[in-house]
Each structure stands twice: as structure tokens, then as C-alpha cells.
Design a protein around this ligand. Structure first.
Ligand code: ZN
Length: 165
């Protein structure tokens, strides 16, 4: 599962093929199919590459489905790029500092920069009121963003599954 924006970005490439849809509904159906069958943005690109190589007419949702089945999910290229990332050393995760505040039993957390954390340390009320915690977050590099997108897509898929039950 990928986002609708990414799917649409790939589907519009097919407009150079014969008989592109004039009805928005037809475009939506094909986009929705690509969104559902793509494992990642890289996979969506590979599927549409294959559509361009093999079809002369704008793809039907069923053609997207069939081509997706036959298109392997590409290995993540970003991982190699991220090995040079100093922040996360290629893991995609970077340590982050969170300022956690409890108010009327509710827990609120916000990401803070290290200099601010250093300034606040020792001045906070402590666990149960306000405290600083270290927990990893996705890195801002390409691979970290890839992991963040993959997580969001998976959550969206699970939400959809739960809603269908
Ligand atoms: Zn990184």
C-alpha cells in the first residue's frame, strides 16, 4: 500500500498511452488499484514502467492488478544511500529527545532539540509531571523517510482492515 498522491503521480505517466480516461472516475479506479497493489513507491514505479513497456492503451484496473502480480518488489536502493548518513549510520533511526508532560492524567509529548534538553535537565518536576526521555525516531535522511512512509502505509492498511470488520 502506498499513498494516493504517489499512486496518482505514477498513473499520470500512462496518459501518453492511447485512450487516456476523460472521466475522472476511470482515473480514480486505476489509481486506487495501483495504490492497493504497490508494496512501496519503488514498486509502483516498476509496475508503471512495465505498463509502459507492454501496453498500448491506458491500463484498466485489472491490468494494473495483473502487472503488479508479475512485478517483483524492488530492493530498497535508499538503504545503500543511507549508509553514508552520519545521523543514523544507515539504520534509518536516530535518537530523539522528548519532553513529556502529564496534565490531568493526560500525557503529552513533544520533540525537543538537544541544547534545550540540556537547559531543562534538572529543572523539571520529574516523572509523572514533566520529564525528558530519549526514544528513537525516524531519521530525516532518505532511508528514514522511507521507513516512515512504509509505517504510515501499513497503519493505513490496518485501519482500513479494522474498519471493514
Ligand atoms: Zn539517516
Amino acid at each position: 500500500m502506498i499513498t494516493e498522491a504517489i499512486a496518482l503521480g505514477q498513473i499520470v505517466r500512462c496518459r501518453v498511452l492511447r485512450n487516456p480516461p476523460t472521466e475522472p472516475a476511470a482515473l480514480t479506479e486505476t489509481t486506487t488499484m495501483l495504490m492497493k497493489v504497490s508494496a512501496s513507491p519503488e514498486h509502483a514505479r516498476a509496475i508503471v514502467d512495465r505498463v509502459m513497456q507492454s501496453l498500448k492503451f491506458f491500463p484498466l484496473p485489472s491490468e494494473i492488478y495483473e502487472i503488479a502480480e508479475a512485478t517483483e518488489v524492488p530492493k530498497v536502493r535508499e538503504f545503500i544511500a543511507a549508509r553514508s548518513c552520519e545521523e543514523c549510520r544507515g539504520t534509518g533511526y536516530a535518537p530523539a529527545l522528548w519532553l513529556v508532560t502529564w496534565e490531568h492524567g493526560k500525557r503529552k509529548r513533544e520533540l525537543i532539540e538537544k541544547p534545550i534538553a540540556d537547559l531543562l535537565r534538572g529543572k523539571l518536576a520529574g516523572p509523572g509531571a514533566q520529564n525528558i526521555y530519549e526514544a528513537s525516531d525516524y531519521c530525516g535522511c532518505e532511508y528514514g523517510e522511507h521507513l516512515r512512509r512504509a509505517r504510515a502505509a501499513k497503519e493505513a492498511e490496518e485501519e482500513e482492515k479494522a474498519a471493514r470488520r
